[in-house]
Design a protein around this ligand. Structure first.
Ligand SMILES: Cc1cc2nc3c(=O)[nH]c(=O)nc-3n(C[C@H](O)[C@H](O)[C@H](O)COP(=O)(O)OP(=O)(O)OC[C@H]3O[C@@H](n4cnc5c(N)ncnc54)[C@H](O)[C@@H]3O)c2cc1C
Length: 411
């Protein structure tokens, strides 16, 4: 009998899952259907570079269907809801897809309208986000026209995709205005709900020090309650105010909207409760989750999504064979952090190990928690790795899914 696997979302996680499954199972064994609302696969890490003119949205978007191996069916439609009891997905166009195994890979959704004033007067004029292609492109024009004043980068609340991206934005802004010879005319402020520059202690201290060296003001413990685009103010719930002439805001994130319309599938903010080691959902045994849609306590990042792929596919197979699942996902995450001036830092961590110094992936390799040109090249090269290795579901030579310990020095 043919097993029906339906994958919701054709972004990073959905695409690599479909391709990994297709390589291991013939069409006569497994029918694989992937659903997405549009046919534009965005390489999201590239969004960081758009505002600084280092790339263009057209260079980071490719058709989704072309990233999927032959024998995978791509359906372009909006997911309306999942009926867990019936084992069926209802699409907005009226089609109903029955499944034996469901993979939720619909990522995280930006909800800027949840913050008072954010999308009101001033939005896309003085207040921007670089988390969408449209926002990043509009911000590029605004930055090019900005030659003096207060630039504020703000994270409304956690969790967000790629928690280091707003910090990278600050570092790149420092470099960008220095290159333009107007750094002294621009004050850069980073307002974050965290108690420091980042979540993990050692990395937070290192990154906090780098903000200070670059004369970027850090405003910690700032919970944005309102954005006043006309008056140029962020107003915190504790009534503190941060003034700006140009604001770059990372809005609140939630899970996909259809999750909320699917009884029993999601939590209060539409993420899907997931076992952090097996990646099986805790809502139904035949539902698995990959990427930003899951509640697992690690970063929402493409690297995490990639490292999850191996465990996810193995456990779908174990489930179908009636075997017990492997608890093999260790929370492995790594992130290049652009620091400007053609350098970057790399951090590598998992559920149990904080980012620290050393090298990745072994004793010889990219320097960890240290700025280098090599890491910057690694970040730039990653786009090609993404399209040609990661999405097709190939293992990267020398880079396993589990966090390596060989090159790490104790923190
Ligand atoms: C600015 C920025 C910079 C980043 N930088 C990095 C980085 O340097 N390194 C890193 O590792 N990660 C980075 N990330 C994060 C990374 O891109 C994501 O973590 C990763 O793409 C998650 O994959 P996913 O499959 O869970 O979600 P996505 O790739 O976002 O895919 C989700 C898919 O679901 C679809 N979908 C959602 N709802 C519906 C619906 N109702 N119907 C149909 N389709 C639906 C969407 O259209 C989308 O295609 C960055 C993200 C951003 C925004």
């Amino acid at each position: 009998m043919v097993t029906r696997v339906v994958i919701l979302g054709a972004g990073t996680g959905g695409t690599l899952t479909a391709n990994r499954l297709r390589r291991r199972h013939s069409s006569s064994e497994m029918e694989i259907t992937v659903v997405d609302q549009d046919d534009r696969h965005v390489y999201q890490p590239g969004l960081l570079f758009v505002p600084f003119g280092m790339t263009h949205p057209a260079d980071i978007v490719r058709p989704r269907a072309r990233q999927l191996h032959d024998g995978v069916t791509f359906v372009e439609d909006l997911i309306d809801r999942v009926d867990l009891e019936a084992g069926a997905v209802h699409l907005a166009g009226g089609a109903v897809l029955g499944y034996d195994v469901l993979v939720v890979a619909t990522g995280a959704r930006l909800v800027p309208e949840e913050t008072e004033g954010l999308t009101g007067p001033g939005w896309m004029d003085k207040v921007f986000t670089f988390y969408t292609p449209e926002g990043a492109a509009a911000l590029a024009a605004a930055l090019a026209a900005f030659d003096r004043g207060r630039l504020v980068v703000n994270v409304v609340d956690m969790p967000i995709k790629c928690p280091v991206a707003p910090l990278e934005f600050c570092f790149l802004a420092d470099w960008y205005f220095t290159e333009r010879g107007i750094r002294d005319e621009v004050q850069i402020t980073y307002a974050t709900p965290l108690d420091g520059a980042f979540t993990k202690r050692t990395a937070s201290e290192a990154l906090g020090g780098m903000l200070e060296e670059r004369n970027i003001e850090l405003v910690p413990d700032f919970n944005t309650g309102e954005v006043d685009g006309t008056g140029g103010r962020l107003v915190g719930y504790d009534e503190r105010e941060v003034p700006f002439d140009l604001a770059v805001v990372v809005p609140l994130h939630g899970g996909a909207e259809y999750v909320g319309r699917s009884p029993g599938l999601g939590d209060a903010v539409d993420f899907v409760p997931t076992d952090e080691r097996t990646l099986q959902s805790t809502v139904a045994p035949n539902v698995f989750v990959i990427g930003d849609a899951a509640t697992v306590p690690t970063s929402k990042a493409g690297s995490v999504t990639h490292f999850e792929g191996e465990t996810l596919v193995a456990n779908i197979e174990h489930y179908l064979a009636g075997e017990s699942l492997e608890a093999s996902f260790d929370g492995h995450a790594n992130c290049f952090i652009e620091t400007g001036f053609h350098k970057a830092l790399l951090i590598d961590f998992n559920y149990d190990t904080e980012p620290g110094p050393g090298h990745y992936p072994g004793r010889v390799g990219l320097p960890l928690l240290k700025e280098s040109r090599l890491n910057h090249l690694g970040k730039l090269l990653f786009q090609s790795v993404y399209w040609h290795s990661l999405l097709p579901g190939r293992d990267l030579p020398g880079v396993g899914s589990a966090m390596p310990t060989a090159g790490k020095r104790a923190v």
